[in-house]
Design a protein around this ligand. Sequence first.
Ligand code: DMJ
Length: 659
Amino acid sequence: MVFRKLPGVSASGMGLRLSQKFVFLLFLSGLVTLCFGALFFLPDSVRLKRIFLSKSESQPATAAGSGMAENDAGERPKRPREQDRPRGVTSTKGESGVVVAVGGGTGGRGGGGGGGLARFKGLARKMPPSYEATEERLAGEKAQEDQTPGSEKASLLDSGAAFTYKKFRRCLLKPPLGKDGGKPGDPETNERREKVKEMMKFAWDNYKQYAWGKNELRPLTKNGHIGNMFGGLRGASIIDSLDTLYIMGLLDEYNDAKEWVRSSLDLTSNGEASLFEVNIRYVGGLLSAYYLTGEELFKTKVLELGAKLLPAFNTPTGIPRGVINLGSSGSSWSWGWASAGSSILAEFGTLHLEFVHLSELSGDPVYTEKVINIRKLLNKIEKPQGLYPNFLSPVSGNWVQHHVSIGGLGDSFYEYLIKSYLMSDKMDEDAKNMYYNALEAIESNLVQKSPGGLTYMAEWRGGILDHKMGHLACFSGGMIGIGADDGAPDKRQHYLDLAAEVTHTCHESYDRSATKLGPEAFRFDSGAEATATRLSDRYYILRPEVIESYMYMWRLTHDPKYREWGWEAVEALERHCRVESGFSGIRDVYTLSDSHDNMQQSFFLSETLKYLYLLFSDDDLLPPEDWVFNTEAHPLPVVRKNCLQDPSSTAQDNTKLSG
Ligand code: DMJ
């Protein structure tokens, strides 16, 4: 029998026509491509993914918003060996209730605790030479400034003029430190302010003695803590303290801090850092120190550091990932705990203020472009009920789930919208519109009244309310307060009332505890009203948010209750958190036998004590016409483009501009 080869039939004997074989091969190669592609969408924790997609170098920074398509570019989530959320130190207003409890150590109050006002009255009262001295130095520098090389004078983003410190100072409406450093006329308030200053000195001295150069002090074990949030950067407590020391007139301490920055702040680290934390603490702290003092050292350092953050934005959408390698690789990746390689709203949404200033100081628009790109994407994307969920994919630019919170993971994104508007001299209309639209959505969906009449911000999980409010969310009283003037005119009083109600609720969360300090989260269900119902929510880690709102509400209303509430907090901190060698968080605000967590957080120096000091100072200390606080309480100046552009402009001209 002769087998005749039929036309179009494969010689393989499988009986497939050539065209069928072609289709089959096409299908097969499609399948392989699909499988490989699917690896990118697996959660970072999947082992298979790590085998196939090893950590690789990021692309060099390019201007964001390059129009790359979804899933475009060789960019993909990468992860280091240890990609866990940093333990031990809370990160952020952008964090979800991480338990802190670092180290152990119980122990009651040490010998340093308590103590009346008498103990600190003797503190030498040296007023900062700041304003006067700075002015003198500036006069001396005038000649130098006139000889600034042309290159430095180039391209300040849409201002057409290079930044000079002297010009900046001329564009302020008021002296930064006010009259006599903001010293209040009333003796009792002044004593309280001095007490806060003594607390700062005590916290600082102990840090200096036991933890100098480390990130935080462990006050029970009397050593330093480094942690893994800052990618090998050191001295977080020093950078976070610079401006607080300066405004308090603790000048020997400020000079020690400055000297450390000069001699020991090493930015060549090759570690893996939280972009958010490095930005709010280091970039924010150095920027403030520069703007307050005019010391070029701080400007040089902050510009060096800022440049190291840019590779984080090399993603298909320009939305940065949460973790960045500060070394030359510039690789970045998402937190292992964030769903499906997503970025966190409160992290990528809390860069705007600092990045605008990096552009101002460097004359390089790239920083502003990066954050404007984030803004554009958020503005454009569809929002469930007008709300902003906490997780977004930096690859697709879509929300990853629908959990909304004004506390951890969401918080400072909202704060930076209104503050961007204020810091732009009220020119940034996009920020303004986004803020008031978001606030409207928050009011319709999250703001609740408890059976006992307390107003609170619930959390939202795809339409279902979780009747819980985090300590972190307590910043929102102050935020709503500072935005009251610029919304619809007929809503001013409404916003002030809402701000006061939320602040009152947060005060209740303190007042209903045995220690008079508030828990990490409190609930409004199962009969609870502003109290923690879970053991894991009972801790207090020296957080500032409640006191932050007292400070803003005091400045807005001058209702004396806010100063009284602040003083209650001072007394509680002294009684329960002050130990022999510093201040420590406590594990349970509902028991009087204090169990300390052995950690003096750097934000205690930067925020908690600074807001208390401002609360007991006159309003002319860092006046709101000129200064906006970043989310770590580092004051950043309002950017007055018109004034900066016009060399003959002075603060007087700005009175007109800011109406
Ligand atoms: C600080 O680092 C900042 O306020 C941040 O926005 C939230 N977490 C801490 C304070 O609680």
